[in-house]
Design a protein around this ligand. Structure first.
Ligand SMILES: Cc1cc2nc3c(=O)[nH]c(=O)nc-3n(C[C@H](O)[C@H](O)[C@H](O)COP(=O)(O)OP(=O)(O)OC[C@H]3O[C@@H](n4cnc5c(N)ncnc54)[C@H](O)[C@@H]3O)c2cc1C
Length: 593
C-alpha cells in the first residue's frame, strides 16, 4: 500500500472516529439514564401507590411519598428523559415540537386566533421526567393570597384559603441559591423598569424583575429539586415510555380504582399491555389536557358524551373536561433606538455571550429573556404586563411554535429580518380570564390526541381586561422612565383590522381605537401555556382532590385549579402536590394505627 493511500485511510479513520465520538457525546447529552426502571418480564404488577405522569405535580408527589411511606410507589411516564441540553435556559424554546413535547394543537378557535393557521393555537406540553416543568420558561411566581381566598369564597372550598396554601407555597419554592433574579443593571430595559417603579409609585403596581428557577446557569426544575434525589430509593419503581390507557374501577366493596392498563413498547417496537393493580391509591398527574382524556377514555365522564363514542360507562361524572382556562396574551413589538442589549440573532453568535455563560452561567444564555413584569403588591392586578427583551424574532422559529400565518407574523414583527435589531416585546394579558373551554375525545384510543378547545376570548370581559392591560402597557412604554430607550411601538398593520387602524395618528399618539385593539387580540393573541381547571376542585374532585364517588383516585395536577393563578402557575401546582402528599400520608397513618 502506498504511503499516500495510508495517509488518506488514516485521516479517514480519524474523521470517522471524531464523528462517532461527537455523535455519542450528543446522544449522551440528549438522553440521561433512568435508574430503578420496572423490568417488564411479567405482565402483572401490584403497587401501593401508582402515579400517572412525572411532570410538575407527579415529580413532587412521588418524591414525598417515596420519602415518607413504607409502601411501594410506581411512577409511570409516557416520555423518557429530557437530557442535559434541556437545562440550558436559552435553548428552552428549541425543545418545543421536539421529542419532549406532546405538540398539541387546539381546535380551531371561534373567537380568536384568526391570524393563525386554521385558527389553531400551539399547545406545548412536556413529555418525559419533569413534564412541562422541564419545557417551561422557568419563571417563578410567589403567588397571591387573594387568589386562594377566592377559591374559599367563590367555590365554597374552606380548606383552600391562603392560610392553608402559604406554607406549601413556601416549601415548593426553591431556595434563594436555586433562583436567579435578573439584576437591576442587566440591560437598558431592566433599568427602565426600575425607574418606572418610582415614576408610577401612585399606582398599585409592583415592578418585578424576573425570578427564574435557574441555579448556576442551569434549569432547576422540580425534576432536579424533588425527583432526582429520590430516584434510586428502594420503594420506587419507574416506568418511562409507558402510556396509561385505561383505569379499571372495581364496584365492590366501594367504588375504587382496582387496576390500570399501561401500553409499553418492547425491543421490537411492538406494543405490550401491562396490568397494574393499585393497592392503596391511584394518583392522576397527567396534566390539564391528559388527565381528563384518560378519565373519559376509561368511561368516567358525562354519560351521553361517552355513549356517542360507544365507551362503556364506568362512572357518571358530568364535569370531567369542562372548565378549561388559560391566560391569553397580546404581544406588541417595540423597537428601541439604543444598544439594549437585547436578544437577537447576533446575540446568539456573540463569543462574549458564550464566554460569559460558560465561565459564570450568566448573560443572555443564562435566562429565557423575560426581564420583568408588572403585577399587584399584595392584591393581584386584573391584568399583567410582561417585558420580553427580544429585538429580532427568528421568523421560522417563532412561526413553528406559534402557528402564525406568515403575514400575521410579519405584521407583528416587521423588523424580524434585521439580525441586530434592538427592542423588546411587551406582552399584555388578563390574569383572571373568564372564558372557559373543554377537553373532550375524538377517539377512544389514548394514543390519539385529545380534542382541546381553550375557547379563548369567548367572554367579552376578557377583551376589556386585556384592553386595560394594553393601554397601561402603552403608558409605561411611552413614559419618561423609558424615554432613554427611544421606544417605538409597532402597531401591526393587519388587512383584516385595516378599517379600525392603525392610522397615522396612532403611531404618534399611541391611542388606537378599542375596535382596533380588539381586532388585534382576536387575530394575533396567543395562549400562555397555563392550562387548568379541566377537572376542577368542587366539580370533579372533592376538597382533598379525591374523584367524586371514587375515593381511592386523586387528581393532583393543574386540572384541579378552579380559577387561574394570577401569574405563573408552576410553583402553585407543586404546592398542591405537596398538600396532596400530606393527606395521602395522613390517611395511611390512620389506616395502619
Ligand atoms: C412552554 C411552556 C412554558 C411555560 N412557562 C412557565 C413559566 O415560566 N412559569 C410557570 O410557572 N409555568 C410555566 N408553564 C406552565 C407550567 O409548566 C405547567 O403549568 C405545569 O408544569 C403543569 O404541571 P402538571 O403537573 O399539571 O402537568 P405536566 O408537568 O405537564 O405533567 C404531566 C405529565 O404526565 C405525562 N402523561 C400525560 N399523559 C400520560 C399518560 N396517559 N400516561 C403516562 N404519562 C402521561 C406527561 O408526559 C407529563 O410528563 C409553562 C408551560 C409550558 C408548556
Amino acid at each position: 500500500m502506498g504511503t499516500h493511500l495510508k495517509k488518506i485511510l488514516l485521516i479517514g479513520a480519524c474523521i470517522i472516529g471524531c464523528i462517532s465520538i461527537l455523535f455519542m457525546l450528543v446522544c449522551r447529552l440528549l438522553q440521561d439514564n433512568i435508574p430503578n426502571v420496572l423490568p417488564i418480564k411479567d405482565r402483572e404488577f401490584t403497587f401501593d401507590y401508582v402515579i400517572v405522569g412525572a411532570g410538575t405535580a407527579g415529580s413532587t408527589l412521588a418524591s414525598l411519598l417515596v420519602k415518607h411511606t413504607n409502601g411501594s410507589v410506581l411512577l409511570i411516564e409516557a416520555g423518557g428523559s429530557f437530557g442535559y441540553l434541556s437545562r440550558i435556559p436559552i435553548l428552552t424554546t428549541f425543545q418545543q415540537k421536539g421529542i419532549n413535547d406532546w405538540s398539541f394543537l387546539s381546535m380551531p378557535q371561534k373567537h380568536s386566533s384568526r391570524g393563525l393557521i386554521e385558527r389553531r393555537q400551539c399547545l406545548p406540553r412536556g413529555k418525559g421526567l419533569g413534564g412541562s416543568a422541564n419545557l417551561n420558561y422557568m419563571l417563578h411566581f410567589d403567588g397571591h393570597g387573594p387568589d386562594f381566598d377566592s377559591w374559599r369564597d367563590m367555590h365554597n372550598l374552606s380548606d383552600w384559603s391562603w392560610k392553608y396554601m402559604r406554607p406549601f407555597m413556601m416549601a415548593a419554592k426553591s431556595k434563594a441559591t436555586e433562583l436567579f433574579e435578573i439584576p437591576r443593571s442587566y440591560s437598558a430595559l431592566s433599568q427602565a423598569l426600575n425607574e418606572a417603579e418610582s415614576q408610577f409609585a401612585n399606582k398599585p403596581w409592583k415592578f418585578r424583575r424576573s425570578v427564574y428557577n435557574i441555579k448556576n446557569g442551569l434549569r432547576h426544575s422540580v425534576l432536579k429539586k424533588f425527583l432526582l434525589p429520590v430516584l434510586r430509593s428502594v420503594n420506587l419503581r419507574l416506568l418511562p415510555q409507558a402510556l396509561v390507557k385505561r383505569i379499571q374501577l372495581a364496584a365492590k366493596p366501594t367504588l375504587g380504582a382496582s387496576s390500570i392498563l399501561v401500553g409499553v413498547k418492547n425491543e421490537d417496537n411492538k406494543e405490550l399491555e401491562l396490568n397494574i393493580k393499585v393497592r392503596r391509591e391511584l394518583l392522576l398527574c397527567a396534566g390539564a389536557y391528559q388527565t381528563p382524556q384518560l378519565l373519559l377514555a376509561s368511561g368516567i365522564g358525562e354519560r351521553t358524551e361517552l355513549a356517542k363514542l360507544q365507551l362503556p360507562l364506568q362512572h357518571h361524572l358530568p364535569l370531567v373536561g369542562h372548565g378549561l382556562h388559560d391566560h391569553f396574551n397580546l404581544p406588541l413589538f417595540v423597537s428601541i433606538g439604543i444598544v439594549g442589549p437585547t436578544l437577537n440573532q447576533q446575540t446568539f453568535l456573540s463569543p462574549l455571550n458564550l464566554f460569559n455563560y460558560l465561565s459564570s452561567g450568566t448573560g443572555a444564555f443564562g435566562n429565557f429573556g423575560v426581564v420583568g413584569h408588572v403585577s399587584g403588591h399584595e392584591n393581584p392586578l386584573p391584568f399583567g404586563i410582561t417585558f420580553f427583551g427580544a429585538g429580532a424574532i427568528d421568523e421560522s422559529a417563532l412561526m413553528s411554535i406559534s402557528n402564525f400565518k406568515r403575514e400575521a407574523f410579519r405584521a407583528l414583527f416587521p423588523r424580524y429580518h434585521n439580525a441586530s435589531q434592538e427592542g423588546f416585546v411587551v406582552i399584555s394579558s388578563c390574569l383572571q380570564p373568564k372564558s372557559r373551554g373543554t377537553v373532550s375525545l375524538l377517539h377512544k384510543n389514548m394514543r390519539r390526541n385529545p380534542q382541546i378547545d381553550p375557547n379563548y376570548l369567548s367572554d367579552q370581559q376578557d377583551v376589556a381586561c386585556t384592553m386595560a392591560a394594553i393601554r397601561n402597557a402603552v403608558k409605561l412604554v411611552t413614559s419618561a422612565s423609558f424615554a432613554k430607550l427611544q421606544p417605538r411601538i409597532h402597531w401591526p398593520k393587519l388587512q383584516e383590522c385595516a378599517n379600525f387602524g392603525p392610522f397615522e395618528r396612532d403611531f404618534v399618539q399611541n391611542q388606537p381605537s378599542d375596535l382596533y385593539l380588539e381586532c388585534l387580540m382576536r387575530h394575533v393573541g396567543l395562549g400562555s401555556h397555563h392550562p387548568g381547571g379541566s377537572c376542577a376542585l368542587g366539580s370533579v374532585v372533592d376538597s382533598q382532590l379525591r374523584l367524586y364517588g371514587v375515593p381511592n383516585v386523586r387528581i393532583v395536577d393543574a386540572s384541579v385549579l378552579p380559577r387561574p393563578i394570577s401569574g405563573n402557575p408552576n410553583t402553585a401546582i407543586a404546592a398542591i402536590a405537596m398538600r396532596a402528599a400530606s393527606w395521602i400520608l395522613k390517611d395511611e397513618l390512620r389506616d395502619f394505627s
